[in-house]
Design a binder for this molecule. Structure first.
Ligand SMILES: [Zn+2]
Length: 70
C-alpha cells in the first residue's frame, strides 16, 4: 500500500510506502512519523501514485491539507 503525505515541517508532498514507519523528508530532512501524519491519499497501485501526488500538491497550495495537529 502506498500513501501520499505532506511534511509537517515544510509542507513538501511526497509518496511513501506505508509498510515503513518513518520517512525522511527529502526537502528539509525532517524524520516524518507515518503513524502521526495524516495520509492524504492511499492506493495499492504504484502507477496511480504520481497523479495523487500532483492532486495533493494542489490541495496543499490551496491550504486544504488534512494533517492532524500533534
Ligand atoms: Zn520537509
Amino acid at each position: 500500500m502506498f500513501g501520499v503525505i505532506c511534511c509537517p515541517k515544510c509542507r513538501f508532498v511526497t509518496g511513501v510506502d506505508l509498510q515503513f514507519k518513518t520517512k525522511k523528508c527529502i526537502k528539509c530532512n525532517y524524520q516524518i512519523n507515518l503513524k502521526k501524519v495524516r495520509v492524504m491519499f492511499k492506493t495499492e497501485d504504484n502507477s496511480e501514485l504520481g497523479d495523487l501526488i500532483i492532486d495533493a500538491k494542489k490541495r496543499v497550495e490551496n491550504g486544504n491539507i488534512f494533517i492532524d495537529s500533534y
